[in-house]
Design a protein around this ligand. Structure first.
Ligand code: C2E
Ligand code: MG
Ligand code: MG
Ligand code: MG
Length: 297
């Protein structure tokens, strides 16, 4: 009857729409893979640098390098979309090597100008499958004369879901070169507390999802931030809260005892040529050590 025919038609449309959506996704992936292959040679990639500040002074101490891709026809493609494409196609090794080299070059340039910041670079777990990755890192550091302690490599929590033994071995090798390791996106839902204890890391980055929710101290986020900061410190790690976007969020993080912060409140990522002025303005607005109490007249 009519109702049944209608229902069938609707179901069919839905399947077709689903199929269309899927086809489109595949097509987009195919395009991105093809185009990403040439992105380096065609000069379409660049890094932006987001400041990391000490809390509560808000003095800038470092930066995170974030990759950007601008394609002449496709426009800006975000890393959340193209990094997985790079990983699946194997292009991540070349792209990661490019990122590492650009980052070290930039770090050397800032150091030459007297800016003593550390720089953090995101690492795909796929890059760690490469058994001489640590040697490559050491080579690039040496080439640009960057002290290894000034480089931080961030592995995302997602990496933890893969082969733990291999991950621990590779991270240990990396640490032997003197670089520091950060566990990124902690609290986003992948790694367990046991894994945190097992992984050789130096810095714990609290995912912005944990930081972002609270506008009030009565919310659930403040106690979670409290516990994670304490956990990190008890494990001897530095703790950095990312995605701090409001003064209220900064307060919650500070009250939890977190000493490092990152987020739009202190500035989004900017290209290298704008980063220096960012540094200078953050430096001039950072709170000075409290002045000695004035004696009454
Ligand atoms: P991530 O490493 O956790 O980087 C932090 C992300 O949060 C960045 O997004 C940054 O722009 C964004 N962010 C910064 N401040 C705020 C804030 O106050 N609020 C909110 N809501 N977000 C903020 P982006 O640049 O889109 O990067 C996304 C992810 O892509 C990164 O997450 C990282 O996992 C990956 N990625 C970026 N660059 C690279 C790279 O060179 N190599 C690899 N393997 N992955 C990269
Ligand atoms: Mg990161
Ligand atoms: Mg993160
Ligand atoms: Mg993230």
């Amino acid at each position: 009857d009519l109702a049944l025919r209608y229902a069938k038609q609707r179901g069919k449309n839905r399947v077709e729409r689903y199929q269309q959506g899927y086809d489109e996704l595949l097509r987009r992936r195919g395009t991105l893979t093809g185009e990403l292959r040439h992105a380096i040679d065609r000069d379409q990639l660049h890094l932006v640098f987001q400041p990391v500040v000490a809390l509560p002074s808000m003095r800038p101490v470092g930066a995170e390098a974030l990759l950007r891709w601008t394609h002449p026809e496709l426009g800006r493609v975000g890393p959340v979309e193209f990094i997985p494409v790079a990983e699946e196609s194997g292009l991540i090794n070349r792209i990661g090597a490019w990122v590492l080299e650009q980052a070290c070059k930039q770090l050397a340039e800032w150091r030459a100008k007297g800016h003593d910041v550390w720089l953090s670079v995101n690492l795909s777990p796929k890059e760690l499958h490469n058994s001489d990755y640590a040697a490559q890192v050491a080579d690039v550091l040496a080439e640009y004369g960057v002290p290894p302690q000034r480089l931080v490599l961030e592995v995302t929590e997602h990496a933890v879901a893969t082969d733990m033994e291999e991950l621990v071995r590779r991270l240990a090798e990396l640490r032997e070169t003197g670089v520091r390791i950060a566990l990124d996106d902690f609290g986003a839902g992948y790694s367990s507390l046991t894994q945190l204890r097992t992984l050789p890391v130096d810095i714990l980055k609290i995912d912005h999802a944990l930081v972002a929710e609270p506008e009030s101290r009565t919310g659930t986020a403040a106690p979670l931030v409290d516990v994670v900061v304490r956990l990190g410190h008890r494990l001897g790690l530095e703790v950095l809260a990312e995605g701090i976007g409001t003064p209220a969020q900064r307060e919650i993080v500070e009250e939890a005892g977190c000493r490092l912060g990152q987020g739009s409140l202190f500035g989004w990522g900017v290209p290298a040529e704008h980063f220096e002025s960012r540094l200078l303005s953050l430096r001039s607005s950072a709170t000075r050590p409290a002045p000695a109490p004035r004696s009454s007249p």
